[in-house]
Write a protein that binds this ligand. Structure first.
Ligand code: PLP
Length: 395
């Protein structure tokens, strides 16, 4: 076992270093689900999650990782033969297409290059060509760190009469996401990414239009752990739970939401944007190439084209071994990825990530400029008014 005093810097794309507030809340005494105080806590937590999603609609917390929420959405909205438009520019969207097909959906796919965003004009054309499309599935920002224009895709889907399933797992709290204004129906995120809580809860919005479709779907799970309808009947009908809640995770989530809301959602998003900007400046100054094209890059993940002769395994092993820095495994051997989420999108974290990655590449024989990289990160950070951000979050 490693010494508990040796804590590596972790730049995964989730789970990430939790906020201190979230960790403290985990150690609170365990209460009974039906204690009125807990019921109030639960209701308050849903409201705070709704604030982060910028949605006044129903919020469901499913008890598992985010993929549970994404699967529950698909099972609720799809029956054999349902026509679905799946927008693909990365690994998660590709996997979602497989799930949809396994459920018997007739899946139409738009494939954008992995380093680019989906073009809304292509979505409009597909909806025109296939009048029977009932569901549009889209990932806000896939593994490639290229973000899709869901602000435009939501209204296109709604005007067609389709409902959207949006994977916003790595973006809630770190990028602009306006569920109601953008007319998104089921939007799924997680506690363990930019919000800075622990893995174990899927955070979901469900619009009235989505509820109506799920209710009308004979194939939607009922009396099942995967059932959104069970949550609806229990919580929204009777202020009950379909099964015991993960109360510690809920308390921790509330504390994490409080921390983000105290900082301010806009300030949190700006902080993530700054971290990503600094990292991109650093990698570019090193002589490396950012994976996603300019204009579509995420605040919360930076993907970099892997230099020839280096593998993801060798790079991660060198970073971990020599510098105590952990980087995310990549699903695509042509790139390496660094997360900027929650705590790791603050202070000098971007300098640590870029410094360790670029120095490790140099150690592995790649011709990169470590000094220029670290100077560029610091210059980008210095240009921002961090004193103000620090003052605000400590208030
Ligand atoms: C992290 C992530 C998920 C789900 O992640 P889990 O950690 O498995 O819950 C889903 N979609 C995207 C785009 C993600 O980045």
């Amino acid at each position: 076992m490693p010494s508990p005093r040796v804590q590596p810097f972790t730049f995964s794309v989730g789970p990430v270093t939790a906020s201190p507030e979230a960790l403290v809340a985990l150690s609170a005494p365990i209460g009974y689900d039906y204690d009125p105080v807990y019921l109030d806590t639960y209701e308050r937590t849903l409201a705070k999650v709704g604030e982060l999603f910028q949605s006044a609609g129903d919020i469901v917390l499913m008890q598992g990782e985010a993929l549970l929420g994404l699967e529950a959405a698909a099972r609720g909205l799809v029956r054999p033969g349902t026509e679905v438009l799946n927008l693909v520019n990365g690994t998660y969207a590709r996997l979602y297409g497989e799930l949809l097909r396994a459920l018997g959906a007739r899946v139409h796919e738009i494939d954008a290059p992995d380093d680019d965003a989906i073009d809304p004009a292509d979505v409009a054309r597909a909806l025109e060509q296939h009048a029977g499309i009932e569901v549009v599935a889209v990932v806000h920002c896939d593994s490639t760190a290229a973000c899709n224009p869901i602000a435009e895709i939501g209204p296109l889907a709604r005007s067609h009469g389709a409902v959207t399933i949006v994977d916003a797992v790595p973006t809630l709290g770190g990028m602009e996401l306006k569920v109601d204004e953008w007319q998104l129906d089921v939007c799924v995120s997680a506690a363990h990414k930019c919000i800075g809580a622990t893995p174990g809860l899927a955070l979901m919005t469900v619009s009235d239009a989505a509820w109506a479709r799920i209710e009308a779907n004979p194939a939607a799970p009922r009396r099942s752990y995967l059932s959104l309808l069970d949550w609806r009947a229990a919580w929204f009908g009777q202020r009950r739970f379909p099964h015991t809640t993960a109360c510690s995770l809920v308390l921790s989530l509330e504390a994490a939401c409080d921390a983000v809301l105290r900082e301010g959602l806009d300030a949190s998003i700006a902080r993530h944007a700054l971290a990503a900007r600094a990292a991109r400046a650093g990698f570019r100054a090193a002589g490396l190439e950012i994976w996603a094209r300019d204009g579509v890059q995420a605040n919360t993940i930076t993907a970099v084209r892997m230099p020839d002769g280096v593998t993801d395994e060798s790079l991660r092993a060198r970073m971990r071994g020599a510098y105590g820095v952990v980087m995310h495994r990549t699903p695509d051997s042509r790139q390496f990825r660094i997360g900027h989420m929650g705590m790791t999108a603050s202070s000098l974290y971007p300098l640590v990530a870029v410094g360790a990655a670029v120095q490790s590449l140099s150690d592995l024989g790649v011709d990169v400029d470590v000094g220029a990289a670290t100077a560029a990160v610091l210059a980008e950070l210095a240009a921002a008014d961090q004193a103000e951000a620090v003052g605000r979050s400590g208030a």
